[in-house]
Design a protein. Structure first.
Length: 277
């Protein structure tokens, strides 16, 4: 965060301390201390990529070793304009006499700077989205932990009640325990499925950020624009991830499994031998 000017502050992410979640990449379980997400290990790979990008961006354009590409149709002509209709770099002779004579073109440096600015904005949007997704994954991991704790508590409570009824209610106790286990498993599986979904998106988005940063480091304008063509659509699609599939409030609650056996115990006290026929 300290080395990335595009990274938004995490102070607004309400991630409680003491939570547990798994890293989407290595699946290692992480426990948050009182520092929250700021206590996590630094990602040196990402920091190095960002440092390289900042160093390259600080250098003047003329200082970078740029090798001009030559036109395939006109070998002595440099590629110095960009065809807006065909979305391809070309040379001035192609515009005047060649395949792009009926097309609208713009100076290559102007298109280069504009598209590079758009890509920079896209990177900032992806990084901010990744931060929100990570906070959601952490919250859902805490939901899983709460569901499991509530399930274990309800099982213990149910067991204590059935222990007073001995073998008469043993079969019924087994059925109710299975009901709790089924709902607990269904809820946990649903939340873990969402975690995998968000984790896969986070991994894909992180890879796209790396690809975009590598494209930003390309000193050759024509090569950069050839690579850039496929990036805006991918960034837009990646940024449209829905955040509405999270479990509804109170989803982790298991209190509806509470049970009252007082009336059953009273019935058992009245059991007597049958008389007569």
């Amino acid at each position: 965060q300290a080395s990335n000017p595009l990274w938004q502050s995490r102070g607004s992410s309400a991630v409680p301390s003491g939570g547990r979640f798994r890293c989407p990449s290595c699946r290692h379980e992480v426990v948050l201390d009182r520092h929250g997400v700021y206590g996590l290990q630094r990602n040196l790979l990402v920091e190095n990529i960002i440092d390289i990008y900042k160093q390259e961006s600080a250098r003047p354009l003329h200082a970078k070793a740029e090798q001009h590409l030559m036109c395939e149709e006109h070998e002595d002509e440099r590629i110095n304009v960009y065809c807006l209709r065909c979305e391809a770099p070309t040379c001035s002779l192609c515009k005047v006499f060649g395949a792009h004579k009926d097309c609208e073109v713009a100076p290559l440096p102007a298109v280069y700077q504009r598209q590079k600015s758009e890509l920079s904005d896209g990177i900032a949007m992806l990084v901010a989205g990744n931060d929100r997704i990570q906070a959601i994954i952490t919250q859902m991991e805490e939901i899983c932990h709460t569901i499991e704790e509530n399930g274990r508590r309800q099982k213990q409570h149910l067991g204590l009640r059935f222990d007073s009824l001995y073998s008469i209610l043993e079969e019924r106790k087994k059925e109710l325990l299975q009901s709790i286990a089924r709902e607990q498993e269904a809820k946990v599986q649903r939340v873990r499925g969402l975690i995998r979904q968000y984790g896969d998106h986070l991994e894909a988005s992180s890879k796209l950020v790396e690809s975009a940063i590598q494209a930003m480091e390309e000193p050759q304008m024509a090569v950069y624009l050839q690579v850039w063509i496929c990036l805006p659509c991918r960034i837009t699609d990646m940024s449209k991830v829905s955040m509405s599939s999270r479990p509804e409030p109170g989803y982790e609650n298991m209190d509806h499994f509470s049970i009252n056996v007082d009336y059953v115990a009273e019935m058992l006290r009245t059991i007597e031998f049958q008389t007569g026929a």
